[in-house]
Design a protein around this ligand. Structure first.
Ligand code: NAP
Length: 473
């Protein structure tokens, strides 16, 4: 058989998941020296993963990366199969049978659990489902969020928590020209939420938000942001962290948190333009050193019980320990924003405790201990390394995987002929799956953009798969 990657024998790769890492992996393969065929398979009709269904609507610049990914879809080596659920419509084994390699880039679809009593009470939600709902993800379209409560609590202080807090704090006027889905805007318009608590288990020197997101809390039209000055006081280890070069980003974050503290705080940055008095109708309270230990209520959430924490441990290794002191907060709405989590895919090893596919630089391994490589299987993105980093982080991650794949090229040169996309068409047709190609996606995309124009929005997303398919002949 001719050399793998030659015109007679192109390297055929299936990629599962059309988020940023899927596109970056496809792009790296297409731009390699080899002749390739790349088949990108996506569960939804729409590509772009969390750039479309995760990035906050009021962050349009981040969403602009979609344009870059659309260009990556132009080469003839690139094939798109949207509306195809791997594991249901086609199996991983079938993809292995028909391709030299399969790369799993399906991100982290679910969320971590707090593991406390009452977590599943009505009114207690994950941030991931709220984010997917306001971003028009078809699987979350029918979720209901009761915003008739005055107090909402967000657990966690990462950028997703910041996004959720902003969406709850902003006025309809601040959101109506974004690509937020209309159904969400309609519900937000009736919102009675006016007290938002963003609660972290550790202190202001350990916040997981980035400075841009934190600054935005000071730019809200109708919402003032507070930090209790007593909570802006640092312990010795935290002071050491901020004094260290490694703590430079954390220092900036800490200064921003301190800027939201009362004037009597010794750390208050006087130059902040949003200084007192607090007059806006909504209040966002950023609180530290608290962990929820129970959610109480009769069938639905009524009270969040927190335990106050103290930090212990060496600088940069401090963890939160409960002090035994409890505190209650009346609230009917809560979002757990403590990180995304990957889900297992049949036919692919999975490390359940970490929520990732075990791998060695992107080569899938049987488990995390022995590094025994599973032939033909690779991974990239959040399902490879866990849910952290910005969109661009996935480029380096995908490139690393493709470099390893290229080193395996001899081993991947199977004696059997790989039929690639021809066989995918056949399998999907026999399973009666209405899959879409990229040109069809572009038709849907154009309709969305056109539908947004009269409203001054970049697009009005279709939120039901049937609506999208109905546009195609
Ligand atoms: P994250 O950054 O990992 O933050 C998770 C937060 O949850 C942290 O504050 C963490 O506290 C807390 N937490 C974890 N387990 C907890 C528990 N059992 N009890 C209480 N608190 C707990 O996760 P994320 O906000 O989901 O974001 C995921 C990634 O996407 C991040 O890399 C983020 O920067 C990125 N992202 C970026 C943007 C943007 O660029 N605008 C927007 C959204 C997301 P500890 O620090 O104590 O663990």
């Amino acid at each position: 058989m001719s050399k793998l990657g030659s015109s007679d024998n192109p390297l055929k790769v299936a990629i599962v998941g059309a988020g940023p890492s899927g596109f970056y992996a496809a792009d790296a393969l297409i731009n390699s020296d080899l002749k390739v065929e790349v088949n990108l398979i996506e569960k939804l009709c729409a590509p772009y993963g969390l750039v479309r269904t995760g990035v906050a609507p009021d962050h349009p610049l981040i969403k602009k990366s979609i344009e870059k990914f659309a260009v990556m879809a132009e080469p003839e080596e690139f094939n798109y199969f949207g509306n195809v659920s791997v594991g249901k419509d086609i199996t991983v084994d079938e993809l292995k049978e028909t391709h030299h390699a399969v790369i799993i880039t399906m991100g982290a679809e679910t969320d971590r659990k707090l593991g406390i009593p009452g977590e599943d009470l009505k009114g207690s939600h994950t941030a991931t489902e709220f984010v997917a709902w306001y971003n028009g993800h078809p699987e979350y379209r029918e979720r209901e969020f009761d915003l008739s409560h005055e107090t909402a609590v967000i657990i966690g202080q990462g950028n997703v928590a910041a996004d959720v807090a902003r969406i709850l704090s902003k006025t309809v006027d601040e959101l109506k020209c974004t690509d937020i889905s209309q159904h969400a805007l309609d519900v937000l318009e009736t919102s009675k939420v006016k007290n938002i608590y963003v609660v972290g288990r550790r202190g202001p020197a350990q916040g997981a938000m980035t400075s841009k997101e934190l600054k935005e809390f000071g730019e809200l039209q109708e919402c003032d942001t507070f930090v209790d000055p007593s909570e802006a006081i640092l312990n010795k280890s935290s002071e050491d962290e901020l004094a260290d070069r490694k703590g430079r980003a954390a220092k900036k974050i800490y200064e921003l948190f301190s800027g939201y503290a009362e004037p009597k705080s010794p750390h208050k940055a006087r130059s902040f333009p949003w200084t007192r008095p607090y007059v806006k109708p909504k209040k966002c309270h950023i609180q530290f050193l608290r962990s929820p230990v129970e959610l109480k209520g009769n069938k639905k959430l009524e009270t969040v019980v927190f335990e106050k924490n103290a930090l212990s441990g060496e600088p940069f290794k401090q963890s939160a320990r409960g002090t035994g002191e409890l505190e209650e907060l009346k609230a009917g709405l809560l979002f757990r924003s403590i990180g995304y989590r990957g889900v297992a895919l049949e036919g692919v090893p999975f490390h359940d405790a970490w929520g990732v596919i075990p791998n060695d630089k992107g080569r899938v391994t049987e488990d995390n201990e022995n590094n025994i490589v599973v032939p033909q299987l690779y991974t990239a993105g959040w399902i490879k390394r866990g849910p952290s980093g910005i969109i661009g982080t996935n480029k380096a991650c995908a490139n690393e995987t493709i470099e390893e794949l290229m080193k395996d090229i001899e081993k991947l040169n199977d004696k059997k002929q790989k039929l690639g996309n021809k066989k995918i068409h056949e399998i999907l047709a026999s399973n009666k799956v209405r899959y879409i190609n990229f040109i069809e996606w572009e038709v849907i995309d154009k309709h969305e953009v056109d539908n947004g124009k009269p409203k001054g929005k970049p697009r009005e997303k279709f939120t039901y798969t049937d609506e999208m398919l109905a546009l195609l002949t």
